[in-house]
Write a protein that binds this ligand. Sequence first.
Ligand code: G6P
Length: 611
Amino acid sequence: MSGIVGYIGNSSAQPILLDCLTHLDYRGYDSAGVAISNLEKIELRKETGRIEDLDASLQIDPILEGHLGIGHTRWASHGAPTILNAHPITDEKERFIVVHNGIIENYLKLKSHLISQGYLFVTDTDTEVIPHLLVEYDTGDVEETVRKVLPMLKGSFALAIMSRNQPDTIIGISQENPLIVGFGNNEAFLSSDIAALLSYTKEIHPIKNGEIAVLRPGEVKIKTIAGDTIHPKKRIIEWHEDDFSLQDYDHYMLKEIMEQPAALKNTLKGRLTETGVQLPELDSFFEEHDVSQFRRIIIVANGTSYHSGLIGKKVMETMLDIPIETAVSSEFCCEHGPLNEKALILIISQSGETADTLSAWSEAKRYGCPTIAITNKRRGNLARKADYTICTNAGPELAVPATKAYTTQITVLLLLSILFTEKTQGPGLNRVPDMIKELHQLPEEVDKTLIMTQDAIDQFAQVTEDQQSLFLIGRGLDYVLALEGALKLQEVAYLHADAYAAGEMKHGTMALITPGVPVIALSTQKHLREKTINNIKELKARDAFVVGVTTIGDDEVSEIVDEVMYIPEAHPYLMPIIAAIPLQLLAYYAGTVRGYNVDRPRNLAKSLTVE
Ligand code: G6P
């Protein structure tokens, strides 16, 4: 997973490319590089680390000034994050210069063929086969050569290519992997994401599979692989620059945590009426399908999206009385039991780009399963593929750790649970009026929770500073939320945080409890409260340092724990959203107190376009 950019126009390319790359570094930050052309020569520079490191290197030792270039920010998949493996990647004589996102699945076969032809490989990347292939099949015209080579490449990838023989041209290609052309005033851009383009243009064309973008001074042509020119349907970007700026926050993670009341309002807007739920994007789904006829309903996702899927599963199956299954995408695409058109697949992905999830979608389609996507990218890859799409409308999420994605995804799953229950007359029908009433209050309750918990969490985060590990426990929905809380602490604070079903600690993990070990005990589900309290007592008997997260006024929990974090009380199905807030804040403060870059945790990237 990486970010790629391109620029051609009247301005100096280098600052624009670096600025655009800065907006893409959520896609990877192991190394960065640029290639700049002055229409006669092309020069390259790459550095390990982030865009700032590349910028510093260019300041100390500038490369040529030019009005055309390409750039890359890398999340290392094939090969260590070294300068050699950093992009742009070239052939031996730097005749072709390539930046690449995604994966060339058949690169090993191509590589051994090219080695047998005498090509020398110097990187560990899959990318390197591309410049060598371009040399091997060079017709003297870069566009024609690319058209010859493209059918040889298998996988999902986006590429920007330059050629030393034609230093006035940039070629952009997208195959199942995002790449957008931006149209400016006598200038044009390429970018993996619109986030990088907002301060330059709002007019874009996402390159489709089988299209090639050819950027030359004063012209942009979109062509088919056969070479026919296509008239692009330009689109106007709906998001605003403000959505992508830090405003007064130090980190995107905190900004996005604090944005949740507004994000939830957007998720609910137009969907929640006084008495019911409407999701017009599913009208044709309900015309074509009877939910009660599905033999399997499977929720498939990765990471935080998988955790919101687990909450969805628990709520949905109690309301519908139909067993709901969950699977992580990377497993589902390999093993999934019997599938056919009677299996409904709900696929969740904030980015709509995650390769594992897209591969799970392909697997579902191979068996003819209907698919509903829940995504934050209305026009992303997943939305384009799925039969039906519900957008979470959370606004851009730029911090690598997902926060508002999680709460808005759960909200969509609650809306879906209500609709499915109404359609199937499921046993949860009598809970619907209360859920609707409380969903109306949800943004306000989340706002209250932010105000109530922020200071207390900040203090508790200081306590965790010297700890290496931490446990989270809960029962039912609290257990599922504990999994997400643990993931956040691992990602952001590099803490060895583990989540356990509260009753399960005594079957083994209790051996790890020594005096002072921090445990966060979630008790937000009233019907499970007594049992959870017993489990907390077991931990206290071993002198663990227990922080209880419970609803306002629950004195019984507060009396037995060391610290208590009160949150507002809502319908039990809404509690995983409200109780997520203190856990997100805890991860944020635990990460910042340790001095980590919470927006860009080590070894991670926002959306992973490799399996
Ligand atoms: C990466 C991110 C996680 C995210 C997961 C799924 O691993 O670091 O934060 O939850 O991908 O992403 P998606 O965009 O498919 O929801």
